[in-house]
Design a protein around this ligand. Sequence first.
Ligand SMILES: Nc1ncnc2c1ncn2[C@@H]1O[C@H](COP(=O)(O)OP(=O)(O)OP(=O)(O)O)[C@@H](O)[C@H]1O
Ligand SMILES: [Mg+2]
Length: 240
Amino acid sequence: MVVEGITGLEGTGKTALTANIGACLAMQGIRTLLVDADLYFPNLGFHLGINPKYTVHSYLKDHEMEIKWLIFPHRHIKNLYLMPGDPNEEIHRRLSFEALTGLVEYVKEYYGVVLIDFPSGLPIAARPLISGLDYQILVIDPSTVPLRNLQDWVGSIVGKFLHLGHPNLWVVLNKPLIPKKALLSLERFIANELEVPLLGTIPYDPFILESTYAGTPVCEWGDDLGVITEIAYTIEELFV
Ligand SMILES: Nc1ncnc2c1ncn2[C@@H]1O[C@H](COP(=O)(O)OP(=O)(O)OP(=O)(O)O)[C@@H](O)[C@H]1O
Ligand SMILES: [Mg+2]
């Protein structure tokens, strides 16, 4: 019954990591629910090859509907459940993050872990969801600014998420296409100067990209599962 939010700027890998880490947690035997809280551009269902009839959006438009209709077991992976969004839903005021927060609060007791895939950027509209989290995992792609500005940039991202968000913030560096030396000093900067714990660094891995293309999490593909599995074990050890 641990609720973790996956946050970060656009395109950093939030949804791919929600799907992949969630699948690994489920394969480790933890009953895991993935919630698509990107009410604007939900695509977690795509990442898991699920094309649902009912979605988070259906519930937000009609709170009377049966909650069990919103939760889809993954077709192959035992213990993995998804509460998807509807990519075609228009944005309107009835889609409230408060109501979604209440929904997560209601369902969380049936799961060992709930992973919430946040919308991109600072969770301003999605702030109610932050208050229901036990942990926030901030995904940062360090390949997006000049190396000379990298630490300032990461410092500013972490500072803003800390300020707006939850105190239990952990960082994941994802797909860092930067020199090894710069990566090591960034990892040290985050841990020692920003004093924020680093959950792990996930290299740029064509299999993760492939898993998105195929709508199949990497852990379904074989035994040598690499960094994603390690992170899932760390999450189990530290948080669950
Ligand atoms: N470690 C990785 N190695 C290679 N590709 C990756 C990795 N992590 C994510 N990707 C790819 O990066 C792309 C963006 O990922 P994703 O859609 O998960 O980002 P996001 O943060 O959810 O984006 P958005 O802000 O639009 O919601 C996807 O094609 C995904 O497969
Ligand atoms: Mg996403």
